[in-house]
Design a protein around this ligand. Structure first.
Ligand SMILES: [Zn+2]
Ligand SMILES: [Zn+2]
Ligand SMILES: [Zn+2]
Ligand SMILES: [Zn+2]
Length: 247
């Protein structure tokens, strides 16, 4: 059977691409480049504007974020170097992860940056309240991330590009989804006919088939052996079905 190619959408121009084409697209997407050029100051206008308005130099990063376990879930994020790991952590929680305030960490270069540091142990973890510009991020660098040390969701974060602009507009707070995978259609594992809307939080942990074997339509979910109360609605996130995450 041919493997389905899962598409996603570019937030700037709304075109669809498969994930393996998305990075290339974003780096050349005219709408995205226009967005950046819009706050770029050309060298000729620089001196003139300099007198009136403060001109800043700022670097933006494009990150590719994929689920280690379920790579069909992916995001691209544009963000400013003035954003902190804490901002990125909150963003990932809001977009994909937050169920009940679990701990999380990023591993950057030699350092571990945790959402909460246990002061009772001699852990050498650092705080997430550090700006990206202090982390010496480089193109091609990988940053592992984990949310929830128990029923964990592991993400791989890759620095796709860094883009320095000279600007008069303050976009130091920029953190936006530049592309994201479309909703994934699962067929009901029981009747093999209907579109699945529920996922069993027990089956996903216990059955080898992962999402395919744990996804059911509404009516099959009500007769499911683990009990209907153990199912959660399917959402567009690698956390779907884990620890009662409902989006
Ligand atoms: Zn685009
Ligand atoms: Zn939870
Ligand atoms: Zn069904
Ligand atoms: Zn089940």
């Amino acid at each position: 059977m041919k493997k389905a190619i899962l598409n996603g959408k570019c937030s700037y121009c709304l075109s669809s691409f498969s994930q393996n084409m998305m990075e290339k697209h974003l780096l050349s997407c005219k709408s995205r480049l226009d967005f950046y050029n819009e706050f770029e100051v050309t060298s000729s206008s620089k001196t003139a504007r300099n007198r009136r308005k403060k001109v800043d130099e700022i670097t933006y990063y494009l990150l590719e974020i994929t689920s280690a376990e379920y790579p069909e879930y992916w995001l691209y994020v544009d963000l400013s170097e003035d954003r902190t790991l804490h901002n990125l952590d909150s963003f990932l929680r809001d977009t994909w992860l937050e169920c009940c305030g679990h701990l999380s960490y990023f591993a950057v270069n030699e350092g571990t940056y945790e959402s909460q540091i246990d002061r009772t142990t001699d852990s050498d973890s650092k705080s997430m309240r550090i700006k990206l510009k202090e982390l010496l991020l480089e193109k091609g660098m990988y940053i592992p991330y984990e949310y929830d040390y128990g029923s964990s969701t592991l993400l791989n974060i890759k620095v796709v590009s860094s883009h320095k602009v000279i600007t008069t507009k303050n976009r130091s707070k920029l953190i936006e989804i530049s592309a994201r995978n479309d909703d994934i259609d699962y067929k009901c594992f029981s009747c093999k006919k209907e579109k699945a809307t529920e996922i069993c939080t027990i089956c996903i942990v216990e059955k080898a088939g992962g999402r395919k074997q744990s996804s059911f339509c509404k009516s099959c979910a009500s007769n499911h052996e683990c009990g209907e109360e153990m199912t959660s609605p399917i959402v567009n996130s690698p956390r779907s079905g884990i620890c009662g995450y409902t989006g």
